[in-house]
Structure formats: structure tokens, C-alpha cells
Design a protein around this ligand. Structure first.
Ligand SMILES: [Zn+2]
Length: 270
């Protein structure tokens, strides 16, 4: 445990109060979460702030800090990446961007003229500095997922990694697609497991658009079967918090702490 002073009005209006915690997880919106450590902050897949595009936890709290802020974007999709993140350097020093390489390829025209240094990663590539160590893991959709070690903690953000078993009739060759998806997902899980048998905090998609409970929870269940996760933060649930209920028993059997309910801007102290 560490002791820090909390200056953030979103956490406590009394700025003189001392808080003791090891780590804070802030659910921003959709797949966007912030992990607050004692020496730096991590922000994943920011798309929109916790109140609206320009208001909420990120603008009113995180950008007022001075310690390093690492901004991670797992892929170019509009619900995981926005060029708004590059304006963070107007408000705060020490912002470091770690982006999936597909963003350079698919959104390169929107990155022209930026003066801030950008670090691009593809699967199996690493980044390391005095605060964090990052391994880019794979995805079964676009881009990458992130495995991070910092301050003795292991943090995983899945991006769009999931076992996406779609059943839309309009999709051709469904059976072959879904079977290939299952194989790809297992292979990505193996890669993650090889590098981290235990993860302190994992953010993983639980997507109601998959339809049945079996399909929605197939990927999260397989993930929890493969990797020992101490705390799970569901993401990508399209604001449908009511569909997350079955996660309770799933996490209980795995002795994994579940972060629920997830309201925009909600802060969890671990
Ligand atoms: Zn997505």
C-alpha cells in the first residue's frame, strides 16, 4: 500500500484529505478506462470523456496532474481512438502516446503535423521506460491488446480482443468464420498466458451485441480460464450494465474481484 495526496475533485472535494490505496481504476466510457498508479497514470482507449466529449474525469481531473500520463489506443476504430487525445499535451506535460500500428496505417493522414512523439506497436513489440514496461499482445479484431507492468502490478487491456462468434445471417461463410475466430482467440490467449500467468487488473469486452448469454460470456470465460485475473473490469458493454449480472458468478468461481456497477466516471479503489 502507498499513501498519496488526492487532488482530484472527482475523488474527494476535500483536497487536503489523504487517501491510502494501491491503485485506482476509473471507468471513463465504453472501453475507456484510466488506471491511476502512485507515479503515473494510464489511460486506455479514450473515445469520449465520462460526461461528454469535453467534460468529465479526464478533462477535469486527469489533465490537471503533472506526473506522466500514458495514453494507449488499441486500434483505429472510432469507439477506441480519437485524435482528441493529442490535445491533451496542451493541458498537461509528460503525455506519452502508445498506439497500435494500425492507427498509423488507417488514420495516418490525421496524425500529420503532430509535434508530440508517438510510439507505434504491433504484436510482440515492447516499450519500456523508467515507469512502465509494455508488451503488445494480439487481437482477434483490429490492432493489439496491451500487457503492462508498472509498480509491481500487471495490467491488461484487451481492446477488441474477444471470441467474436457472430450469428448474423447476412454474413457469408459464418461457420468457417466463427471456427477461425475461435482458433485465433485461443492462440492469442496462449500468447498472453506465456507472458503473464497472473494479471492484477484486466479490462475485457462483454458485448451484448453477440446475442445469447453463451456467446456474450464465451470470450470472458475463456480468458478467465487461461489467465489468473485478480480484478476484472468489463468494457465494451454498450452502456448495458444489466447484462453484466452473470459475471458475478463467473468471477466468484475464479476468485476474481469484479468491478460493478460501471457508471461513467465511476472510481474503484483497489
Ligand atoms: Zn470495439
Amino acid at each position: 500500500m502507498i499513501e498519496i495526496y488526492c487532488f482530484c475533485p472527482w475523488i474527494d472535494s476535500d483536497t487536503s484529505q489523504t487517501h491510502t490505496f494501491a491503485m485506482e481504476i476509473v471507468y471513463v466510457y465504453h472501453s475507456g478506462i484510466a488506471v491511476r498508479l502512485s507515479r503515473c497514470d494510464l489511460l486506455f482507449d479514450y473515445w469520449e470523456d465520462s460526461v461528454d466529449a469535453n467534460h468529465g474525469f479526464v478533462h477535469d481531473c486527469l489533465l490537471n496532474e503533472s506526473r506522466p500520463l500514458y495514453v494507449f489506443s488499441s486500434h483505429f476504430h472510432a469507439d477506441h481512438f480519437t485524435t482528441d487525445i493529442f490535445s491533451f499535451t496542451d493541458r498537461r506535460e509528460n503525455v506519452r502516446y502508445l498506439l497500435s500500428k494500425d492507427i498509423k496505417k488507417r488514420r495516418g493522414n490525421r496524425l500529420k503535423g503532430l509535434s508530440c512523439p508517438l510510439i507505434f506497436l504491433k504484436k510482440a513489440e515492447r516499450y519500456e521506460d523508467e515507469f512502465i514496461s509494455v508488451l503488445a499482445c494480439g487481437s482477434t479484431d483490429s490492432g493489439i491488446s496491451f500487457l503492462i507492468r508498472a509498480e509491481g502490478k500487471t495490467i491488461f487491456h484487451a481492446g477488441d480482443l474477444n471470441n467474436w462468434q457472430w450469428h448474423f445471417e447476412e454474413l457469408s461463410d459464418l461457420e468457417r468464420r466463427n471456427s477461425q475466430m475461435a482458433k485465433n482467440f485461443e492462440s492469442e490467449l496462449l500468447f498472453i498466458k506465456e507472458h503473464a500467468a497472473t494479471v492484477d487488473v484486466a479490462a475485457f469486452p462483454v458485448d451484448p451485441r453477440l446475442g445469447t448469454e453463451e456467446d456474450i460470456f464465451r470470450g470472458p470465460r475463456q480468458f478467465l480460464d487461461s489467465v489468473q485475473v485478480r480484478t476484472l473490469c468489463p468494457i465494451h458493454f454498450c452502456s448495458r450494465t444489466e447484462i453484466l449480472e452473470p459475471l458475478k458468478s463467473l468471477c466468484q468461481t475464479k476468485e476474481c474481484r469484479l468491478l460493478l456497477p460501471l457508471a461513467r466516471g465511476q472510481i474503484f479503489t483497489l
